[in-house]
Design a protein around this ligand. Structure first.
Ligand code: NAD
Length: 357
């Protein structure tokens, strides 16, 4: 496989993106640009204080704050927030938070077509995609539609300063996983590949500096640049084994989202490195390792990322069932997804061992 493809199609979403320390204060300016005047601000309960600060700064441009965003976008919460937006006659939503809060903004946009201004506070990258995952009655469904693509993203380095170091690392590896799988996606393009490599490089260079000094705004800004690039890749191309495994472990075994991505990434890439050798070779070079999976493992160790599923609450007795579920309805993957090999991958990831190719 060559990095350049003679034939390709690339679809980019219409989104306006701004970067800069303090750029969160431009929400009002961006609303006026779009002719909007009645914002409903969205946060999780944990970030309610930040939501109140946004409301205060926006003054008459804010009609309310809804601080009930929750992990995996439960439909009941989306319906409650949508009712509030309609009751307050909001003409846009402003999401301040991580993927959970952005998910709520998208769920409201799906139901009302209200424009979204997103101010991300993690590196998850949902703001850069037209993908919405929702849960109802314990079932997660995913839809992809331009209706949920946010219109404006404001990446403010000052807001990610409060992200605890552990979450900083797992959220960064979560973002890098979108880029890594984008490299071998069937519908990749030279443009998605450029963005994937640039996104991973941004994290490689900036994450160690953020860990040295979590208040380093220059480095925090670079990680947000990486988040946008990696999220954009996720929005443009299909994901494969890594994402299937993480969805299985999150959906059926209730493992935490970003941490699971962090643990699985080197293992999933090692699994695919033989089948997508040319496409993944830049990863080994970028992170300095004998192979792409080993290089990512080395980076994860250096960043003190969680390495073992057992530390996330996974029982060894459940590994067989996980391998079984992950081989059902498999996503397209460069290497056939075979149960025995997947079981070995899961064993190594459970124990925190180096990945096996
Ligand atoms: P999250 O949004 O669930 O946030 C986790 C916790 O951290 C929350 O309590 C939040 O309030 C808090 N938090 C966020 N930023 C903070 C900050 N700067 N300082 C202190 N606390 C902060 O976590 P996430 O990993 O960003 O998002 C995960 C969710 O996003 C999952 O449901 C996942 O499926 C979804 N997601 C969707 C897409 C997509 O394209 N649809 C992409 C990536 C992730």
């Amino acid at each position: 496989m060559s990095l350049f493809q003679e034939e390709f199609a690339a679809t980019s979403a219409a989104m306006r993106v701004r970067f800069g320390a303090g750029v969160r204060h431009a929400v009002g300016e961006e609303m006026e640009r779009l002719g909007l005047g009645r914002a409903l601000i969205l946060t999780t309960p944990q970030q309610a204080v930040t939501g109140a600060e946004f409301a205060e700064r926006l003054g008459a441009l804010a009609v309310g704050v809804f601080s009930g965003a929750a992990m995996h976008t439960p439909v009941a919460v989306s319906e409650e927030a949508t009712a509030k937006a309609l009751e307050l006659q909001a003409d846009c939503v402003v999401a301040v938070g991580g993927g959970s809060t952005t998910g709520l903004a998208k769920a409201i946009a799906l139901r009302t077509d209200l424009p979204q201004i997103v101010v991300p506070t993690t590196y998850a990258g949902s703001e850069a995609t037209g993908i919405l995952g929702q849960t109802e009655g314990g079932r997660k469904t995913t839809i992809t539609t331009p209706k949920v693509q946010p219109e404006v993203i404001l990446y403010d380095a000052e807001l990610v300063r409060s992200l605890p170091v552990g979450m900083t690392v797992t959220s960064a590896l979560n973002a890098m996983a979108h880029a890594a799988e984008g490299l071998y996606a069937q519908n990749r393009s030279p443009i998605s590949t450029l963005m994937a490599l640039e996104g991973m490089k941004a994290f490689r260079d900036a994450l160690p500096r953020v860990l040295d000094d979590p208040d380093d705004l220059q480095a925090r800004g670079e990680t947000l640049y990486g988040a946008w690039l990696c999220g954009t890749v996720l929005g443009q191309v299909g994901m494969a084994l890594h994402h299937k495994l993480c969805h299985t472990l999150g959906g059926s075994f209730d493992l935490p989202h970003a941490e699971t991505h962090a643990v699985i990434l080197p293992h999933a890439i090692a699994y695919n490195e033989g089948a997508a050798a040319d496409l993944l070779a830049p990863v080994a070079e970028m992170f300095g390792g004998p192979s792409p999976g080993a290089a990512l493992h080395r980076f994860a160790v250096a960043m003190k990322a969680p390495l073992a599923l057992r530390d996330l609450g996974m029982a060894e007795a459940d590994l067989d069932r996980a391998a079984e579920i992950a081989t059902q309805n498999p996503y397209w993957n460069p290497r056939p997804v075979e149960k025995g090999a997947l079981r070995r991958l899961l064993q190594a990831a459970w124990a925190g061992d180096a990945p096996v190719a």
